[in-house]
Write a protein that binds this ligand. Sequence first.
Ligand code: KG4
Ligand code: ZN
Length: 406
Amino acid sequence: MPRMITLAIDTSCDETSASIVQDQIVLSNIQPSQMEYHKKYGGVVPNLARLAHQERIDNVILEACKKAFPGSKNQILENYFKNINFIAVTIGPGLAIALEIGIKKAKELAQKYDKPLILINHMEGHLLSGFATRNSHTIKPSEILAKPAFPALGILVSGGHTELIKVSAIGEYKIIGETGDDSLGECFDKCGRMLGLGYPAGPLITKLAKEHRENMELKVENRHKSTLVIGLNKKSKKTYELPIPMARTENLHMSYSGLKTAFNHLVHSLSKAEINETQNKFEQDNIISSGLTKEIIYDLCVMLEASAYEQLLIKTEKAILQFEAKELWLGGGVIASPRLRHLIRKLAKRFNIPTVRVPYSKKLTTDNAAMIGVAANINIQYNSATIIKEHFKQVDRIPSLTLNAT
Ligand code: KG4
Ligand code: ZN
C-alpha cells in the first residue's frame, strides 16, 4: 500500500489542533492550549472556544505542515498539499459550534486541493491513540506494523467520557459500559474545585496523591449495601471514607456523580471541623481557600483517586472476563495519570493480557489531531474509513457517526 500522509484536524472542544500523520507515524501535532481563555470560568465556554478556533485554525494547519516537512523551500499551503494524500476531520462527539469550525475548514481544503475527506469519530481517535508511533529512527518496523489481536477492550477516560468498548475489528466498536452521569475526569475537576485546586484539577490531584500516597493506608471494605474506600493517615491518624458507586452492580456501567456528592459532604464536614479547631495565626495561614489544611487536601486527593480508579478497575475486570479481551487499548486525558496506567497494567498482568496500548506521550492523551490522523490511516488500511470524494460537491451535511451503544 502506498504511504498514507494525512492532514488531520480536531476542534471538538477547547484545543485547536492540526497534525500530519504518515501511516501511524506522527510527523507533527500542533495543539496550542486555550486554557488561558477558560481557566477563570472553571470550565470550557463554548462560544470562547469557537472564537479561538476561528482565530487560530489557519495558522495551526500551516504550523503542522511546516513542522512535518521542514525541508520545504516555499512555505505556503499549496506546496505542502503536494505531499498530502488525505484530509481527516473530527465530526463529533464534541461541542457542535466548535466542531463546525474544523469541519468547515477540512471541507474547504478538501475541495480546493481535491483530496479525499475522511470523517472520524473523536472517541475512535482516543481509542486508536495507542497505535501512534513517534517520528524517530529508533522505531523498529515491527513496532509500526504490530497487528492488533481481537477482541480488544478499549478503556476511554476523559473529561467528557468514561467508556469501556468491545473492539471486534477496526471499525467494529460496541460500548459495553459507560458512566450514566459525570465522567471520571469531570469528577476530578469538580472535586478539585471544591479543594481550590483550579481547572483542570486532574493533573494536580495526580501529583498531590503521588507525593502523599505512602502516608496513607487504604483498604476497600464491603458494608451492608455499599462498598467503601477507607483511608488512614498514618501520621495524623485521621480516617476517611468514600463510596465506590456501582461496585456491586452486575453490569459494566459506572457512575461518578455519587462520588462527587459524597466528596462534597466530606469536604464540608472536614472544613467545618478545621475552622472550629484553628486557634492561631500559623494554623490559619496553613489553611487554604477550601478551609482545609494542606495535609487534609493531600489525604483527600489520595482518597478520591483511590475510589475513582477502583470503580473503573472493577468494571474493567468484569469486561475482561466477559469476552476474554486479548488487548487493552487506553485513551483520554485521565490516561496521562501514571497511577491509572500502572493499575491497569497490573490488572492486565493478572489476566495474562500481553498487550496494553498506551499513547506514547501525554500530548496524545488530551484532545489532539494526531490521534485523528492515526485513526484515519488505520481505517484506510482496514478498508473501514468513511471517505467522501466522488460526490463531494453534493455533500453539504456531513453524517454524524457514533460508536454503537448497547
Ligand atoms: O481527553 P481530555 O483532554 O478532554 C476531553 O475530551 O474530555 O480529558 C481532560 C480530562 C480533565 O478532566 C483532566 O482533569 C483530566 O483529563 N486529566 C488528568 C490528567 N491530565 C488530564 N487526570 C488525572 N491525571 C492527569 N495527569
Ligand atoms: Zn477527547
